[in-house]
Design a protein around this ligand. Structure first.
Ligand code: ISJ
Ligand code: GLN
Length: 778
């Protein structure tokens, strides 16, 4: 008898069948961690090549895990070839574990009906009652996260003791192994089954979720033991992996580095650099320099004064501003210099990369798609390897490099979701970066200001700028505080704003959209949907954008403020949410916010904590934490990914928010950009599973989101990066009289349409009220 196992040094192989879920890489990680000497390979449910040769392909694996996903097991589009797996012939038989949708598919194929729950269970953590039997044997008490709208009805009920079981007429081959018996509305729900004669098992819950206790891992180990045991007893041999099959096989490993992107026209060639990097170099005749000047006495200095004293406020400029918020440490000013600063942009609608140092002489390259934009940017960063002099201020995060943004639709293109058709009509870019040679970085904690340039022979600018800043710091009374009187600035802003026409989302329509979202949540197509809408502020005539921004930062300070005048766009924002930061040392961090409570009369800190500790808010946050763990592990591996903060309450000017922190260790300098591109659009702005949720939201919202829901930040030549989520932000095209302010919130099955409307209003008015009021009313 041949024994399947680690014979002759062969590693075990588990095939993971992915139904386009946003938790896949977490399961792959759990399998790799729990099943020793095992490689997990992934194939999508719609992989035609795999399906064509399914039997011979399956022969090459020790076992299969069929994953969770949106939709219903009766819908071929939702499960692809999964349903065929349950029909494998006797000689091809192998152990299969179904998780959630995979579990439902197993039940469905064996006679169960799969029905909507009376109330869906998304992000709910609950006890799973089991009898310490079969795959549940020895795992201990199990607390597990559930993400399902549907349930398998096997034609039998849980016995009072949850042990007794007689085969049902409809599903004679399935034996229940576990139940959730605590949900009064739904009644007992089957949580685990096994096939009575075949090596098929299934669980309705998610063993990989961050909130499932350690019994989740024990369950996988127990399944793996039983699976190998079955193979041994049945003399199953795993077919050897042929070299050529591996080369053009469709299954590929996840959990390690993601696939490299194809070389497009804008990417670096075999040798040397691509055309964009070469273009950047040509601006300074191939010369690269690095000079810094450090000023240390800046306690009294405030970012707006620096900008104004240097005459930067009224022209193209990029400012990432921590707005005096205690949790924001650095502010960065990137100077846009005529004929020197290269601006590079990309539009989803025409897939064209454009770059120039000014409005004329624009170069353009037709790309295959967004996947070719990233290598072009990385290539340009690689050109500038800074020599580090000893007196160098190394600790600041930005030495020079790209500052700019990526829109929501650019993120959609990356996950293969078509943008709303009206995206074609727009003229604003979806990716827009300036390569910054001259910059000023303020470290508010260390009271440090660094002036730096990548331009050769730029000492004069460094010296002049340094002198202006020294002078500013010495002038007493330079204060960021709000004056008591009404300034001239405020008067002219008020005049301009008095002509503004504000159009807000209508309550009835918004609430209807919330209900439509909930239909999709109830049908199993999504577990959470971040619904958004847009308020427009039309201002005829001139308005001073910089003054408007100063008002916003004064009234609604947040750690990720931004003032960008870049190309044909102006952005003023005060975002509280970091999307992704990575350091030169290889640490990376996501900080999703999910869960919002409005401040106001009667809302105490304690009450806010109580609300944010509710099942509704925690479920909302948990789903995004699991989603972001998946996004990050897809690039760096689950073993290099961890959650350092789970659902802590943070206080902002107008709201309390529930925040989690997901961190990881990057393998090399280029991985930061890899993580960025693989995680867009930000999970906190989509919902889960990401791809299906984005398709649903596009069809409900019926408009492109543009920069709102995208990211703003920098990528530095030394290998660091930091991006915020674009929320609480107003955007306009420079020739446009209309500002757009997006706002929304995560809709879950526990939401009410009324409360969701008010949450959206709260977020939208954190920007609107801040723009229209001279001073925040305390
Ligand atoms: C959608 C917005 O915010 C997002 C949704 C949040 C929520 O649902 O609680 C919180 C922060 C953001 O991730 C917005 O501000 O417009
Ligand atoms: N997480 C899942 O796999 C969900 C399965 C199915 N779409 C449901 O909602 O019940």
């Amino acid at each position: 008898m041949a024994i399947a196992g680690r014979l002759g040094g062969r590693r075990h192989r588990i095939l993971f069948v992915d139904a386009f879920d946003s938790f896949t890489n977490n399961i792959v990680g759990l399998l790799e961690e729990s099943c020793a000497d095992t490689t997990v390979e992934l194939v999508h449910i719609d992989d035609a090549g795999f399906q064509k040769n399914i039997e011979s392909r399956i022969d090459q694996f020790d076992a299969v895990v069929v994953g969770p996903g949106p939709g219903h097991p009766s819908n071929p589009d939702d499960v692809g070839f999964i349903n065929h797996l349950w029909q494998l012939s006797e000689e091809r038989m192998l152990p299969i574990l179904g998780i959630c949708l995979g579990f439902q598919s197993l039940c469905f194929a064996h006679g169960a009906t799969v029905e909507k729950l009376a109330r869906a269970r998304h992000g709910i953590v609950n006890r799973v009652t089991h009898q310490d039997d079969d795959i549940f044997s020895g795992i201990g008490d199990l607390e597990a996260t559930q993400y399902h709208s549907l349930r398998a009805n096997l034609g039998f009920a849980a016995g009072d003791d949850h042990v007794s079981w007689t085969p049902s007429e409809t599903c004679p081959d399935l034996q229940p192994l576990a139940w959730d018996v605590d949900d009064e509305l739904n009644g007992p729900i089957v949580m685990g089954v096994r096939h009575t004669t075949k090596p098929f098992w299934g669980v309705q819950f998610h063993p990989e979720s961050i909130c499932t206790n350690k019994a989740g891992k024990a369950l996988i180990q127990s399944w793996w033991d039983l699976a190998r045991d079955w193979s041994r007893r049945n003399g199953r041999e795993v077919a050897p992996r042929l070299q050529e099959k591996q080369a053009n096989g469709t299954a590929h490993k996840v959990g390690g580095q993601s696939n490299s992107t194809s070389n497009g026209d804008a990417s670096p060639g075999e040798q040397g650099h691509g055309p964009f990097a070469e273009y950047l170099l040509s601006i300074t005749d191939g010369k690269i320099s690095f000079e810094q000047s450090v000023s240390k006495t800046i306690e009294k200095l405030h970012l707006p004064h620096v900008l104004e004293a240097l005459g930067l406020a009224q022209d193209q400029v990029l400012v990432l501003d921590s707005q005096g918020h205690p949790s924001g440490r650095y502010s960065i000013i990137g100077l846009v210099m005529p004929d020197i600063t290269a601006q590079v942009s990309y539009r989803v609608a025409d897939k064209t990369l454009r770059y120039a140092t000014g409005p004329t002489k624009q170069q353009s390259i037709q790309l295959k798609g967004i996947e070719e934009v990233w290598p072009a940017l990385q290539d340009a960063l690689d050109v500038f390897q800074p020599p580090i002099p000893s007196a160098f201020e190394k600790n600041i995060p930005f030495w020079g490099g790209f500052m700019g943004f990526v829109s929501y639709e650019a993120g959609l293109e990356g996950i293969d979701v078509a943008a709303h058709p009206s995206c074609e009509e727009g003229t604003l870019p979806d990716v827009s970066f300036a390569f910054i040679h001259r910059s000023i970085v303020i470290d508010h904690h260390a009271s440090n200001l660094v002036i730096q340039s990548l331009l050769p022979d730029d000492e004069e600018w460094l010296a002049t700028t340094s002198r202006i800043i020294d002078h500013l710091s010495s002038v007493s009374g330079t204060s960021d505080a709000v004056g008591t009187g009404v300034s001239l600035e405020d008067r002219s802003l008020d005049l301009a704003l008095s002509r503004a026409k504000v159009t807000r989302p209508a309550e009835r329509e918004y609430r209807e959209k919330v209900l439509r979202c909930q239909d999709f949540l109830a049908s199993g197509d999504s577990y959470e949907l971040c619904l958004t809408d847009e308020t427009t502020i039309e201002i005829s005539g001139e308005i001073n954008e910089w003054d408007l921004y100063k008002r916003l930062r004064r009234n609604n300070p947040a750690p990720h403020g931004a003032f960008l005048r870049l190309g044909n766009m102006t952005v003023i924002g005060s975002s509280p949410e970091r999307f992704l930061r990575w350091t030169r040392g290889g640490q990376c961090q996501f900080r999703p916010i999910k869960g919002t409570v409005k401040k106001g009369p009667g809302m105490t800190r304690e009450r806010a904590h109580e609300i944010l500790d509710s099942s509704k808010e925690r479920a909302e946050n948990l789903m995004i934490v699991d989603l972001i763990r998946h996004d990050l592990s897809g690039v760096i591996g689950a073993d290099k990914t961890w959650v350092s903060k789970l659902m802590v309450v943070e206080e902002y000017e107008t709201v309390y928010q529930l925040v989690s922190v997901i961190e990881g260790e990057l393998p090399d300098k280029r991985a930061g950009l890899e993580v960025l591109k693989s995680s867009l659009p930000p999970g906190s702005m989509t919902g889960a599973p990401k791809k299906r949720s984005c398709e649903i939201l596009r069809d409900i919202e019926k408009r492109p989101r543009g920069l709102y829901s995208g990211v703003i930040g920098y990528m530095d030549i030394g290998g660091a990066g930091d991006f915020s989520v674009v929320i609480r932000t107003a955007v306009r095209g420079s020739k446009d009289s209309t500002w757009r302010v997006g706002a929304g919130g995560a809709v879950t099955i526990q939401s009410t349409d009324e409360a969701e409307f008010h949450e959206m209003e709260t977020k939208q008015s954190s920007v609107l009220a801040s723009l229209f009021q001279q001073q925040k009313k305390s």
